[in-house]
Write a protein that binds this ligand. Structure first.
Ligand SMILES: NC(=O)c1ccc[n+]([C@@H]2O[C@H](COP(=O)([O-])OP(=O)(O)OC[C@H]3O[C@@H](n4cnc5c(N)ncnc54)[C@H](OP(=O)(O)O)[C@@H]3O)[C@@H](O)[C@H]2O)c1
Length: 279
């Protein structure tokens, strides 16, 4: 453990926050005798499902920078298009969340899982990929003895009739959150961001800087103050405009911390708590 603490401290000196170093140390010391012995030899293992996607790749980057042993899983098993150096520190693996036999070996020895699997599409596709795929991961992680599970869910805005368009998406998210509560009541955390902004790498030579569109909205809502923005967000239809967007870096930081810090309680981290993290 001392060895790991030194490593965490070294990361801190390279720019990681003192807060992160504290949770790294807490996470290591919280393990039982057997796993703390193995933890003395290597860092905790975090498995990121959807690790090559927009949110998942930022979660992998944050986890690598926090000194974790990171496995990024997706159906293709390939790394993301980003050329950043952290990509080489992740083990990229193939696995389909809907087929437990395809990913169960990646869960062996895992301390925590972050799922960034979700999609839009037909109602049936949305129900399957937001719901069934994540329920399958949550059940498999529980069976494999994984200690903590973080699910990137979503804030559903107050728009009349939204169910007609996004019913499968909404019910899928609800099913996954329900499975998380059932199987990881004290150590499962669902993040509910609204719009997530940040650089989206769409090809090896094209990155869309989506932050330019969202950053001014985020700043404006911060100036309104959380209470006023929250009340405005309750107004049907127009209220959706007052739901704060959050940067992908903040989502990734909160996700990794929720996955590794035993001090983060099970439950939901909502869009307002995420917005507060951005300040
Ligand atoms: N982006 C936003 O603004 C936003 C806002 C609120 C909430 N969210 C939520 O955040 C999560 C991540 O969103 P994102 O924008 O990062 O999505 P994304 O870029 O489309 O990434 C999704 C990832 O999941 C993988 N995947 C899909 N189906 C899979 C399966 N059956 N088994 C294994 N891997 C699978 C995909 O890779 P392969 O295709 O290679 O498998 C991809 O890496 C989603 O749950 C989404 O609902 C996103």
């Amino acid at each position: 453990m001392a060895q790991l603490f030194v490593r965490a401290a070294a990361l801190g000196s390279k720019g990681r926050s003192a807060q992160n170093v504290a949770w790294l140390a807490r996470g290591f010391s919280s393990a039982d005798a057997t796993s703390s012995q193995s933890a003395a030899a290597e860092p905790p293992k975090l498995v990121v499902f959807g690790g090559r996607g927009f949110v998942g790749s930022h979660v992998c980057a944050e986890a690598v920078n926090s000194g974790l042993n990171v496995v990024g899983v997706s159906r293709g098993g390939t790394p993301p298009l980003s050329r950043d150096s952290w990509v080489g520190s992740v083990t990229w693996a193939r696995g389909n969340a809907l087929e437990p036999q395809s990913f169960s070996r990646h869960l062996e020895g895992a301390d925590a899982v972050v799922s960034c699997i979700g999609a839009f599409g037909t109602q049936a596709e949305m129900l399957k990929l937001n719901g069934a795929a994540n329920v399958s991961l949550i059940e498999a992680a529980k069976a494999a003895g994984v200690k903590r599970f973080v699910y990137v869910s979503a804030h559903i805005p107050n728009i009349p009739g939204i169910d007609v368009l996004l019913g499968g998406y909404i019910r899928g998210k609800q099913a996954a959150e329900e499975a998380l509560r059932a199987h990881f009541p004290a150590t499962g955390v669902a993040l509910r961001p609204g719009a997530i902004y940040g650089d989206r790498v769409v090809s090896t030579n094209l990155t869309l800087p989506l932050g330019y569109a969202f950053r001014p909205i985020e700043a404006l809502l911060q100036r309104m103050g959380p209470q006023a923005a929250r009340s405005a967000a309750e107004i049907p239809l127009v209220g959706a405009a007052f739901v704060p967007p959050v940067s992908v870096e903040v989502v990734a930081r909160v996700a990794v911390r929720a996955a590794m810090d035993p001090a983060v309680p099970g439950g939901v981290i909502d869009v307002w708590q995420l917005a507060a993290e951005a300040k």
